[in-house]
Design a protein around this ligand. Sequence first.
Ligand SMILES: C[S@@+](CC[C@H](N)C(=O)[O-])C[C@H]1O[C@@H](n2cnc3c(N)ncnc32)[C@H](O)[C@@H]1O
Length: 198
Amino acid sequence: MKIKTALIGCVVLAEFSWGLAAPQPAAIQRTDNDLKPQERPGDVPYVPTPQPVVDAMLKLGEVDKNDVVYDLGSGDGRIPITAVQKYGARAVGVDINPVRIQEANENARKAGVTDKVRFVQEDLFKTDLSEATVVTLYLLPEINRKLRPKLLKELKPGTKVVSHAFHMGEWKPEKVESVDGKTIYVWTVPKDPPASLM
Ligand SMILES: C[S@@+](CC[C@H](N)C(=O)[O-])C[C@H]1O[C@@H](n2cnc3c(N)ncnc32)[C@H](O)[C@@H]1O
């Protein structure tokens, strides 16, 4: 009995010592594809645009294969991904929330469009918009209004801005349409925006 107990003790001790001595996994290196911690809370909660409304927004934005579509606050990526899939455009999604960026990248991979879409984890107020030719939004009225001077300053004249549900204050839309009970607003960036809109 004593021998048996001693043997068991040796086995347990050996297992434990092996565990201590076992090689530990190397420290995980960060890569450029890693998600960063969220820099601050978002300005708008995540609510996805229904797919028929996404389709209508891109149609109203007259998106085609020459366009670069930016969705500011891109959620699970459905607007940029649809712009690539349906119209052959290039697209960029910007979201402050790393979980949304991860979902969007996964959805782009599943849709087989990673060559023409990219998702950037960033505060949309810091995004360089100069290459966009169509901008889509599903934010809030006060966030649209706060964003308005940046849109008018950075976007090229002729760029379409399409917003699901919310207007842009004194910047009057050129088109307002209702799709499945949701309102879509469309603007075209003018050449010389009046100072009152900036
Ligand atoms: C209402 S959802 C719209 C999602 C997507 N555009 C759609 O229509 O399905 C708003 C998104 O904006 C993101 N968001 C909120 N504030 C943001 C900010 N300051 N910068 C970037 N993204 C932001 C949220 O994380 C959320 O995913």
